[in-house]
Design a protein around this ligand. Structure first.
Ligand SMILES: Cc1cc2nc3c(=O)[nH]c(=O)nc-3n(C[C@H](O)[C@H](O)[C@H](O)COP(=O)(O)OP(=O)(O)OC[C@H]3O[C@@H](n4cnc5c(N)ncnc54)[C@H](O)[C@@H]3O)c2cc1C
Length: 455
């Protein structure tokens, strides 16, 4: 007789949601996490919640009349959400075990507790949801990696050189900050620090910021960031960075080398999976570049061992982990489930202004031999955006010419991270521009811009 039906390793969004889905189906579930304050994982402790709290604070700081600081505001939100999450998980009869899990066999793990105690736990199924951590910049950043033991000055020291994890422990008050990387995390921190009146310089190795997004999104964000006073260096690399009293950085951009001093630097160059020291490879679980390989139902090559979230090679986002968790739990319970169509995932960057998108662009459609109609409108033509004094941005809707099917939508502007859900419904249900035109939108709202764009 095994101790549990299912043991889930890691209590981030992937892990706790899998545990919830399984407990709701009557399974006896144990959720293993390093220690209690890590429940909620990266999302709650260092990612989505503190990051969005900081952005909320910097954009509405005039509302916080009590003099509450940004970091304190974020901590309060994290702590009250963690309390609520723990109480929900307990009410769902999920058992917790604190410590570092390691596979002993395909049916057993050992959990090394914070005080050195060790406990062995067996189960019929295991779900690995150990997440990810910030990637440390190669030396030089964006360039070739130096051999191990290379110059220490490339390691974020948590004093003046930070990652998204340890910057939350600082007082977040820097006169001048260098942000390395202009992906989601880099763009959001750039907006936060600029909102707090820091002088912000962003260095991105690619030729445009947010290289994953549609070109028009990158171009508009670049222009809007610059208008707000953020300095952006694209096709740039950090050739040297020296920590001490502040930061001394040598930035190379094309043939020029720029030597600059900052009070702090933040490395936002991506994330790596937490899959070492898990004993996974020892029991034969296949990996690639540190990511656990799974099938479409998230089962690994080892029967009854599954993996979800940032530790597998899929978009590293909390809501993706939630969806994977639901599929994984259904699969463990022998239920039929829908696969994830990663092309139909909405994406958002909560910068100022924010950006959001879904589906395929006009260029991708053309590459696939699809003829498209593109509808475009600007936020400055929308009454709500104007009265909110947020006229920056655009909406671009890509439809298949023949059928009118909505293939994609790309937006920059106020609250587009909410508006994009209309397109999440449209794209995943193959709705057409005519379907959306039939729907009535309230005036004056930001959503009205969508019906106006399709008019
Ligand atoms: C700054 C920032 C902002 C972000 N903003 C967003 C956003 O707005 N929206 C969004 O969807 N996503 C966002 N993300 C991404 C999101 O946080 C992650 O995709 C999400 O947390 C992944 O969930 P997970 O469960 O896979 O892993 P994690 O949340 O990383 O949780 C994994 C957990 O496993 C535990 N663990 C690891 N190894 C072991 C072990 N051996 N034994 C026991 N426990 C272990 C860890 O302590 C951790 O708590 C952001 C990330 C960052 C860094």
């Amino acid at each position: 007789m095994r101790d549990y039906d299912v043991v889930v390793i890691g209590a981030g969004p992937g892990g706790y949601r899998t545990a919830e889905e399984l407990a709701a189906r009557g399974k006896k579930v144990c959720l293993v996490e390093l220690f209690e304050e890590r429940i909620g994982g990266t999302c709650l402790n260092e990612g989505c919640i503190p990051m969005k709290s900081l952005l909320e604070f910097s954009q509405r700081k005039h509302l916080f009349s009590t003099g509450i600081e940004a970091g304190k505001f974020a901590k309060e939100n994290v702590s009250s959400l963690r309390k609520a999450l723990i109480s929900v998980l307990k009410s769902e009869k999920i058992e917790f075990l604190f410590g570092r899990a390691k596979f002993v066999s395909e049916k057993e793990i050992s959990v090394l507790g914070p005080e050195g105690s060790e406990k062995k736990v067996s189960a019929d199924y295991f779900v690995i949801a150990t997440g990810s951590r910030p990637k440390l910049p190669a030396s030089p950043v964006g360039g070739p990696t130096l051999p191990a033991g290379g110059p220490a000055w490339f390691a974020p020291d948590g004093k003046s050189f930070f990652t998204s994890d340890n910057i939350l422990k600082s007082d977040l008050r820097f006169g001048k900050i260098l942000i390395i990387g202009a992906g989601y995390v880099g763009c959001e921190f750039a907006s936060f620090f600029r909102g707090m009146n820091s002088q912000v310089t962003v260095v991105e190795v690619a030729e445009r910021i947010l290289p994953e997004a549609d070109r028009e999104i990158s171009k508009t964000l670049f222009r809007e960031f610059r208008k707000r006073g953020i300095e952006i260096i694209v096709s740039g690399m950090i050739a040297k960075i020296r920590t001490g009293k502040g930061i001394e950085a040598e930035i190379s951009a094309g043939s020029s080398k720029i030597l600059r001093n900052f009070d702090a630097a933040l490395s936002a160059v991506g994330r790596v999976p937490n899959t070492e020291n898990l004993g996974a490879e020892e029991i034969g679980i296949k990996m690639e570049n540190g990511f656990i390989l799974t099938g479409k139902n998230f089962e690994t090559n080892v029967k009854n061992i599954f993996a979800v979230g940032d530790c597998i090679n899929a978009p590293a986002l909390a809501y993706v982990a939630y969806r994977q968790a639901a599929i994984c739990a259904s699969s463990i319970c022998g239920e039929k489930c829908h696969e994830i169509d990663y092309e139909k995932l909405p994406k958002a960057v909560f910068s100022d202004p924010p950006a959001a998108w879904i589906g395929i662009s006009g260029e991708t459609a053309a590459e696939r031999g699809l003829e498209v109609t593109i509808f475009r409108k600007f936020f400055r033509a929308n009454s709500k955006a104007v009265l909110m004094r947020k006229p920056a941005g655009f909406v671009k809707i890509v439809c298949e010419k023949k059928s009118g099917r909505i293939l994609g939508c790309f937006m920059v502007g106020a609250e587009v991270f909410e508006l994009i859900h209309i397109f999440s419904v449209a794209v995943s249900n193959n709705l057409t521009s005519t379907d959306l035109r039939k729907s009535v939108f309230i005036h004056p709202t930001l959503s009205e811009l969508i019906s106006d764009t399709l008019r």
